[in-house]
Design a protein around this ligand. Sequence first.
Ligand code: SF4
Ligand code: SF4
Length: 96
Amino acid sequence: MITEECIACGACEAECPNDAIYEAGKDWVIGGETKQSLNDEHTYIVPDKCTECVGFHDEPQCIPACPTEAIIMDPDHPEDKTALLAKKEHLDAVGR
Ligand code: SF4
Ligand code: SF4
């Protein structure tokens, strides 16, 4: 998840293999469907698209890319590797 420390630099968006990161107020897309923005205040991560980089990399790529340490693991929504891999396979099937 992205916190208020975000300065909207865009560095994280370029690193995400799932296209799960969107600018504030921008609608997001999954499987060709457009969905309403989840955050009008700062850059945000779509939980339905973030696999914590499972299936692509050993570690989340967005976290070290952020110059303000605005990206943290969401403590309220832990997900196990099996579920994250299933999410990645779903995105493979429907499209990011
Ligand atoms: S952890 Fe990986 S998949 Fe999730 S938002 Fe960051 S770069 Fe994208
Ligand atoms: S890299 Fe950090 S500061 Fe830049 S847009 Fe992403 S969360 Fe915001």
